[in-house]
Design a protein around this ligand. Structure first.
Ligand SMILES: [Mn+2]
Length: 444
């Protein structure tokens, strides 16, 4: 596909120059990054960059940057923060910061999307900033795939990447494709791929594997093949019939097909070849206390088998969480439904909530808010559907408004997925406020 080559604006280049010069000066730096896909990719890109500069580098991934994690950070060393740090500038000032979260103030060595005239929740994630910085400093584009995987992980590819965020797609390491936006294009057999199709939900196919077999049989498609193994003609036929089916069942089909990104140099039938599966693989590593494995995969170490093992554990815990939700049910509030669990791992709470609403295990007509005890308070995760978002719901904003004034409490995130931490005695007030704010967003 012929495309204009993106040019980095002057204003951005100016920043890259200053922060890049600082990178070159660092002595035995430590990269402090978040443990999710964007955190690990941005961290790995910085590690690759600093190593290429001939430096001895260490990684220090953290679940979040707050007083709980401050202790473990070697503050007397040269630090590079990625995917966090801008919100904690009092502590991080003086170090290099590569972040796309709302900054509190300007700082010389801080590279933040918001200071580049862009939006940190839509235009560009930390991985993309790290990639631009890396390209500026060492001149190679090897980590272009990681840049896109981070953006996929932070939900920035629902629409095609645009502007300078397309830079990685202009390299040989990333290919844009048009096709189904469902999960598992590279590794899932078609029957499973269809069964888990949930955004949008396909009545009579989603969740019903036998009907998926029937559907594929009618198209003469082997259910054991993968989506990516289909040839042009098979793909065309598959898309046509699936859209016909969906439209016939009253489904809005505009979100089914779209642009997505693959990493063509990665081995076939591994999660590393499809950016969306890759980001899930990394999240599984991070959420199950092995961010080092995710980082290793990104840096080309031979740890893919271990990452896959973590992905299996991840899926097992998710299905256990779903069983608990089905057994306990949810409590109805006017503008959301509440799932409380005493046992679920806080790091997968949001994913379970997401599966519950997208699989229609709970109603898709109002957001789900999930709550579990953590660190003497509560971890809260909210998930909506894209249809709810189109109707005005913005969970990230709602959470930010609903948390209390206490320093420990915080909330925020994306429109469709967000999280918060509230104190033990703050939960009731938080839920009531959420109900009110969501009501306003939905014009009820
Ligand atoms: Mn991020």
């Amino acid at each position: 596909m012929a495309q204009n080559v993106s040019v980095i604006p002057k204003r951005v280049n100016q920043r890259l120059k200053v922060v890049g010069a600082r990178l070159r000066e660092l002595q035995d730096p430590v990269v402090v990054c978040h443990i999710d896909a964007d955190g690990l990719t941005s961290g790995a890109i910085m590690i690759h960059t600093l190593k290429t500069l001939g430096k001895k580098v260490e990684a220090h991934p953290v679940k979040q940057l707050d007083p709980n994690s401050y202790e473990g950070i070697p503050w007397d060393r040269d630090l590079v923060f990625t995917d966090l740090g801008s919100g904690q500038i009092k502590r991080t000032e003086g170090h290099v910061i590569v972040d796309h979260h709302q900054p509190l103030k300007e700082h010389k060595y801080q590279l933040n999307v918001h200071h580049l005239g862009m939006d940190g929740s839509r235009d560009m994630s930390a991985s993309m900033l790290a990639y631009m910085l890396s390209r500026h400093v060492i001149g190679d584009n090897k980590m272009a795939g990681a840049a896109v995987v981070g953006m996929v992980g932070d939900q920035m590819t629902r629409q095609p990447l645009k502007g300078i965020a397309r830079l990685p797609v202009e390299t040989k390491w990333v290919k844009d494709r048009k096709g189904l936006k469902f999960f598992g294009r590279e590794t899932r057999p078609l029957s499973v791929f269809l069964k888990y199709a949930s955004e949008p939900f396909l009545p009579g196919l989603s969740g019903e594997v036998n009907k998926c077999y029937d559907f594929l049989a009618k198209l003469k498609l082997d259910p054991h093949r993968t989506y990516h193994s289909l040839n042009k003609e098979e793909l065309k036929n598959f898309h046509t019939e699936l859209i016909k089916y969906a439209a016939g069942h009253g489904v809005k089909v505009h979100r089914m097909l779209g642009e997505y990104y693959v990493l063509p140099h990665m081995p076939e039938r591994t999660e590393m070849r499809d950016t969306s599966e890759f980001s899930t693989l990394l999240n599984a590593c991070g959420r199950h206390e092995r961010p080092d494995i995710g980082m290793g995969v990104l840096l080309g170490k031979n740890v893919y088998d271990e990452a896959q093992k973590l992905l299996r554990i991840h899926r097992m815990l998710l299905s256990r969480g779903m069983n608990e939700l089905e057994d306990n049910g949810v409590t109805q509030f006017k503008n959301f439904q509440l799932f409380t669990s005493e046992t679920i791992k806080p790091t997968i709470l949001g994913i379970v909530a997401g599966i519950a609403i997208s699989s229609r295990t709970v109603s898709p007509l109002k957001p789900i808010i999930a709550v579990t005890p953590m660190d003497g308070g509560y971890k809260v995760s909210g998930r909506a559907t894209l249809e709810l978002v189109e109707g005005g719901v913005n969970l990230g904003l709602a959470m930010r408004k609903a948390v209390g004034m206490a320093e420990e409490e915080e909330g925020g995130g994306h429109d469709v997925a967000a999280g918060a931490f509230v104190q033990e005695d703050g939960l009731q007030g938080f839920l009531l406020k959420m109900d009110k704010v969501l009501g306003r967003q939905m014009n009820k």
